[in-house]
Design a protein around this ligand. Structure first.
Ligand SMILES: Nc1ncnc2c1ncn2[C@@H]1O[C@H](COP(=O)(O)OP(=O)(O)O)[C@@H](O)[C@H]1O
Ligand SMILES: CC(=O)OP(=O)(O)O
Ligand SMILES: [Mg+2]
Length: 364
């Protein structure tokens, strides 16, 4: 069975063609707008054998989609109706779904949601302390994101340490341009740092992460800003980019910091502070910690972040081996021998998770 995986993220489009568990072709298109001006999807499909099945990443499933779903007209209409829940992400996904349906009208397509993994959050963790009527009327709740990445990473990490995922308390760290943590207990997500939208939680490349809601109101009342301007700043000009004044790419921030830039140094310190603090919070929600998983561009490739994250978390039983940390490539256990918490790096693969879920949900 040949499966095409379509992963439309906030900045890139990743296409992958799989036969069983094997990836036979892949491409990443940076800065794909999904506005119909170019069709990297058409090019990819034309250049490779025809897939039998298609799996799509869709960031927000809204209140309705708690597991993968076979796409039909009604599902697509419903997805259109909830695009405003994730305006950076969902429109690209629905554009990709439409494009693939046009090119491959006979291939069943399955939508896999970032939010689905967090559908298991207990009400105490998913509920905002707002008027009950508001929560019901607008389906306000903590949805959580990066679920496809967290699901894959924790399963792979459990396999690497040779233990049953259902018997471990795990904190999963997806640290890419967007970043979130998940607390996993009995194999299920019990808490996460993102919320109703992917703007909440950790400091990110260009997103602010959580800020005081009172401050947002203050800015609207005193800062002479429209909602659109404020949204643009919080989504695209905040985070490490906003603080460093240059770029949200951690590699640039680290290079600037080396040259003595105090702004870049502070951007990095704020990022690390929130990362450590939220790991502590997630460990509390998981009622302890046996396994810490690091994935995403930063989690996989930055020994600096892994070292500075670990420093200060020894009280949890977490120590990493500095040589293993420096030399880690791909899936690597970087725990120190005395650690009671295992720390592992996992190469992110939302695509593996989508492939798995697509096969499960498809009528073949
Ligand atoms: N060698 C590296 N050192 C530090 N950071 C890195 C390195 N390689 C990638 N990154 C970081 O990873 C981020 C991208 O993560 P990735 O998961 O690929 O992106 P996305 O969230 O868009 O899917 C970049 O912003 C960059 O800061
Ligand atoms: C949900 C989310 O933030 O996704 P990404 O990291 O791809 O922007
Ligand atoms: Mg990503």
């Amino acid at each position: 069975m040949r499966i095409l995986i379509v992963n439309a993220g906030s900045s890139s489009l990743k296409l992958s063609l799989r036969e069983g568990d094997r990836e036979v072709a892949a491409t990443t298109v940076e800065r794909w707008e999904g506005d119909g001006h170019d069709s990297p999807i058409r090019d990819f499909i034309e250049q490779h054998p025809t897939p039998d099945l298609v799996g799509h990443r869709v960031v927000h499933g809204g209140p309705r989609f708690r597991e993968p779903v076979l796409v039909d007209d009604e599902v697509l209409d419903h997805l259109d109706s909830i695009t405003n829940l994730a305006p950076l992400h969902n429109p690209r996904a629905t554009a990709a779904i439409r494009e693939v349906r046009r090119l491959l009208p006979n291939a069943p397509a399955v939508a896999c949601f970032d939010t689905a993994f967090h559908a298991t959050l207990p009400p105490a963790a998913s509920t905002y302390a707002l008027p009950k009527e508001w929560n019901e009327r607008w389906q306000l709740r903590r949805y959580g994101f990066h679920g496809l990445s967290h699901a894959y990473a924790v399963r792979r990490a459990a396999e690497m340490v040779g233990q049953d995922l259902h018997e471990m308390r795990v904190v999963s760290c997806h640290l890419g341009a967007g970043a979130s943590l998940a607390a996993v207990r009995d194999g299920r997500s019990v808490d996460t740092t993102m919320g109703f939208t992917p703007l909440a939680g950790l400091v990110m490349a260009t997103r602010s992460g959580s800020v005081d809601p009172g401050m947002v109101l203050w800015l609207i009342q005193n800062g002479d800003l429209t909602a659109a301007q404020l949204s643009d700043v919080l989504e695209h000009h905040s985070g490490m980019k906003g603080l460093s004044g240059t770029s949200g790419d951690l590699r640039d921030v680290l290079a600037e910091r080396e040259t003595g830039s105090p702004d870049a140094a502070l951007a990095y310190d704020v990022f690390i502070h929130h990362l450590r603090r939220e790991i502590g919070a997630m460990a509390a929600s998981a009622q302890g910690l046996d396994l810490l998983v690091l994935t995403g561009g930063i989690g996989e490739h930055s020994p600096d972040v892994r070292r500075d994250m670990a420093s200060g978390l020894e009280h949890l039983g977490l120590w990493i081996d500095q040589d293993a940390n420096e030399s880690a490539r791909g899936d690597t256990d970087i725990s120190a021998p005395n650690a009671t918490v295992r720390t592992v790096v996992v190469k992110a693969s939302e695509e593996s998770e989508i492939a798995r879920e697509t096969v499960r949900a498809a009528p073949l």
